[in-house]
Design a protein around this ligand. Structure first.
Ligand SMILES: Cc1cc2nc3c(=O)[nH]c(=O)nc-3n(C[C@H](O)[C@H](O)[C@H](O)COP(=O)(O)OP(=O)(O)OC[C@H]3O[C@@H](n4cnc5c(N)ncnc54)[C@H](O)[C@@H]3O)c2cc1C
Length: 317
């Protein structure tokens, strides 16, 4: 079933398939399992429900590969709105926002009136979000996208950290470059979310065998747990969850010095079990109308998610 990952990820780029899937009447009910809603109010309501259970949150306003400045600006504004919404609801302190730089303009092409190109545009949008988040008592982490964007994303990260040293970043264990990147990212206070990696990467830049990815994940966990930063272990894999607990204990890390992270709707019982066991758990809450790319990555990652989707189309369509 791992073999299906590549074709599904390839389909995520097809606009014909995007149209067909997005307009299928039953897609919505399946999407709801992974995404609590489209509006700021939906996101804030989901945060209130999760925090009442002792879970922490990081909010992702869905969007990626933005091709024009108006959409990039609207995505920045959506983050400012949700930060304000969290403040009004008394839910902002300790909450986090997760930002994809491609949503706020990283992919824009340099032009005479855009001399710095997309990365400069994304930096200025991300800066506005970080200013609002930290002024309100929240924090921010940069998501990480496909391998071609990583140098630019780390450049933006280090720029942002000049004014907001707490800004975090996701790092993908599957990439061969990751141990080098971690050497620069395990300093005091550095927040790093370790994930396996959700993109279809070529074998010259990434491990493609699942066992090798798991081994790389464990090696990276050790670097983070024995480093001086704040590790955020983003995985639903029961083995990685157990190994994280063991390494944290060996490294004498108390639950306030690292955290588990999982996606909204994936293993919710396990999220609550970990909270009951005294662990810090943060749930990544994606919301918004542009859910297609996120949704197809979730289908690609787990056979049961794909079967669940196909079964619901077959039985109710
Ligand atoms: C908080 C968070 C943020 C992320 N941010 C990024 C990012 O910025 N960039 C990026 O590339 N990727 C990101 N990812 C996705 C990540 O890279 C992986 O694609 C995704 O987490 C799947 O890998 P996994 O470690 O959870 O387990 P997998 O290797 O997918 O699965 C291993 C095992 O976990 C269990 N499992 C997995 N899913 C389920 C489920 N639905 N129900 C029950 N058991 C399940 C099963 O036992 C499965 O065999 C993020 C993931 C998380 C949790």
């Amino acid at each position: 079933m791992f073999l299906l990952r590549k074709p599904i990820l390839a389909l995520s780029g097809s606009s014909a398939v995007r149209g067909a899937v997005s307009s299928a009447p039953l897609t919505r009910s399946v999407v709801d399992r992974f995404i609590p809603g489209e509006t700021t109010a939906d996101a804030v309501a989901a945060v209130s429900t999760l925090r009442a259970k002792g879970l922490q949150v990081t909010l992702d306003h869905l969007g990626e590969d933005t091709a024009d400045r108006a959409t990039a600006d609207a995505n920045v504004q959506a983050y400012l709105d949700v930060i304000a919404g969290l403040s009004t609801a008394g839910q902002v302190a300790g909450s986090e926002v997760s930002v994809k730089l491609s949503a706020v303009g990283q992919a824009l092409i340099a032009a005479p009136d855009l001399p710095g190109g997309g990365n400069a545009y994304a930096l200025s949008g991300a800066c506005r979000i970080a200013d609002a988040a930290y002024a309100a008592g929240a924090r921010m982490t940069l998501d990480i996208e496909d391998h071609t964007t990583i140098d630019q994303t780390l450049e933006v990260l280090f720029d942002l950290r000049r004014t907001h040293p707490d800004v975090g970043v996701a790092i993908q264990a599957m990439l061969l470059r990751t141990p080098n990147d971690l050497a620069e990212l395990t300093g005091p206070g550095s927040r790093v979310r370790l994930v396996k990696g959700a993109y279809d990467e070529p074998a010259d830049v990434a491990f493609t065998d699942p066992d090798q990815i798991d081994l790389a994940y464990v090696r990276a966990m050790k670097l983070l747990m024995y480093g001086k930063g704040y590790p955020m272990i983003g995985s639903h894999d029961p083995r990685m969850v157990a190994i994280a607990d063991k390494i944290a204990s060996d490294a004498s890390r108390s639950p306030d010095r690292w955290e588990h992270q999982m996606l909204f709707g994936i293993r919710p019982d396990e999220q609550e079990r970990l909270v009951s066991a005294g662990k810090t758990v943060r749930v990544y809450v994606p919301y918004g109308a542009d859910w297609y790319g996120y949704f197809t990555r979730r289908l690609a990652e787990r056979p049961a998610n794909l079967l669940f989707f196909l079964r619901s189309l077959a039985t109710r369509g």
